[in-house]
Design a protein around this ligand. Structure first.
Ligand code: SF4
Length: 102
């Protein structure tokens, strides 16, 4: 999840700089069309598709694992808050020892 935010912010910064310097090259009306397309294609669409991949990859951990029923589990980041590690289908950071009901 952190990678999605990091690359989203990085792409946003690059897009802002590029659009800032290209503003003089486009007619005012075309600039906003180009701005909208660039923001969608370079910032929004990759974030949405990466987030869908993230959810698909971690669906089983989020919905059907020991950690999913634990109060230390953060679903949005797929993170064990107690161990600061990401559980997977094959890996439970505490091996079930520190599990506590939500
Ligand atoms: S404490 Fe154990 S069961 Fe609970 S979220 Fe962390 S690794 Fe999973």
């Amino acid at each position: 999840m952190g990678g999605i935010v990091y690359w989203g912010l990085l792409r946003t910064a690059v897009v802002i700089v590029l659009l800032w310097f290209s503003y003089d090259y486009f007619d005012y009306n075309f600039f906003w069309i180009i701005f909208s397309l660039v923001v969608y294609l370079i910032i929004i669409h990759p974030i949405v598709s990466e987030y869908k991949k993230f959810i698909k990859k971690n669906k089983n951990v989020i919905t059907n694992s020991l950690c999913s029923q634990c109060k230390h589990f953060n679903e949005t980041a797929v993170l064990c808050m107690k161990y600061d590690e990401h559980p997977t289908d094959d890996f439970t950071p505490c091996d079930g020892i520190d599990w506590e009901v939500k």
